[in-house]
Design a protein. Structure first.
Length: 380
């Protein structure tokens, strides 16, 4: 969709061209293989690191590319425009921001350069079998024993869980302190006694993205591995960083909406029905007129949100509006577009069908949309 994004400039356009070439050459040809094996090949993480796209908005002093949030948005948009849902870079970037904004200097120096190069793949472990959006309901514990924390519990629906070298674990360090008893703890998975990766979960869509169960049975990590160096800050850290995650879900969502419109216009121009193009039929034209309008409104909305993140003015309420409204719209638009493909829209060989399956979780992860509405309502 040829819209002028106010946060773009000539340098970012050059970066976009480079990212697009990389995605088309190194990511899209392997989609079917990755979906069958339920995870990407580790080599692509190293290649993405060499390209400088893993931590595009992390300062160079920590191994990142030194760009702004706009650079990271270019990466997310290009992955969405291409139709990739295998490379778990979104989660990786989210963990990087927890480290950058909440970590100690030692933690930043230790982990961010390895994450930027692709040497370490990162995941964040929040959800549990009995606690999804209710983060205060988590049962995973990390109890101090001398100069170590001993972690016990399980996590589920963890993106990058199968391949992760570094996991940011949400755990209770003081079960009696409510929200003030939650801490975020860095766990390195290599040679980690008591840590176990469960099965890769079978999902409706995003089948090339490794989403797993994780188990912690007496896992010991140094006290220095608590994010920020002080226990009990986890809930505050989560509330501070979740708006970044929710905004990038909106970035990918709008790109998917724009791609769905582009694919559907092309299909309805070529598809003949009753001797004329499907696009010549009034119903088709009206449906696509609505979609184009919705895509334009969504683009203006997300461009404003991107600028807020760049300026440092994004807040939890606005990010929740972005996440809920765009993900709802994404599912609606793709469903309407799929209808215009007829039976072909239900065939997985058509990108619109894949987009339909991949989009549904957008309304769930990053905080279910019902939670987003509750956060918004509290601001009234």
């Amino acid at each position: 969709m040829n819209t002028i994004k106010p946060w773009m400039n000539a340098e970012l356009e050059g970066f976009r061209d480079a990212v697009r070439r990389f995605v088309n050459a190194e990511i899209m040809p392997h989609q079917e293989k990755w979906k069958k094996q339920q995870h990407v090949d580790r080599a692509v993480w190293n290649l993405a690191g060499e390209m400088g796209i893993l931590l595009a908005d992390i300062p160079e002093e920590y191994g990142g590319a030194g760009g702004t949030f706009a650079h990271q948005c270019v990466v997310f948009e290009e992955l969405a425009y291409a139709g990739d849902t295998c490379l778990g870079e979104h989660v990786h970037a989210i963990v990087a921001h927890y480290l950058l904004n909440q970590g100690t200097e030692e933690q930043k120096q230790k982990y961010l350069p390895k994450m930027a190069s692709g040497e370490m793949i990162a995941a964040i472990a929040m959800s549990e079998p009995g606690a999804g959006s209710d983060l205060q309901g988590i049962r995973t514990s990390a109890m101090q024993s001398g100069d170590e924390y001993v972690i016990n519990g399980s996590k589920t629906f963890i993106s990058n869980g199968y391949m992760a070298d570094l996991i940011l674990v949400v755990a209770k360090t003081n079960p009696d302190a409510g929200a003030k008893g939650v801490s975020l703890i860095l766990v390195e998975t290599k040679d980690c006694p008591g840590f176990k990766v469960g099965r890769i979960l079978e999902k409706i869509g995003q089948k090339g993205q490794d989403t797993c169960e994780l188990f912690f049975d007496g896992v010991r990590v140094p006290v220095a591995n608590v994010l920020g160096g002080v226990a009990g800050q986890g809930f505050f850290q989560l509330m501070t960083e979740l708006p970044y995650e929710r905004t990038i879900l909106g970035v990918s969502g709008v790109a998917s909406i724009e791609k769905a419109l582009e694919l559907t216009v092309a299909h309805t121009r070529e598809r003949k029905v009753f001797g004329k193009p499907l696009l010549d039929m009034q119903n088709t034209r009206f449906v696509l007129a609505e979609v184009k309008t919705e895509a334009t409104v969504a683009r203006v909305f997300i461009d404003q949100a991107i600028q807020k993140v760049i300026d440092g003015t994004m807040d939890a309420t606005h990010a929740s509006m972005v996440k809920y409204w765009i993900s709802d719209l994404q599912c609606k638009v793709i469903d309407n577009c799929l209808q215009l493909f007829g039976g072909y829209g239900y065939m997985m060989e058509y990108p619109i069908a894949q987009m339909y399956a991949d989009a549904r979780v957008q309304r769930i992860y990053g905080g279910a949309n019902e939670i987003m509405k509750e956060i918004i309502a509290r601001s009234l």
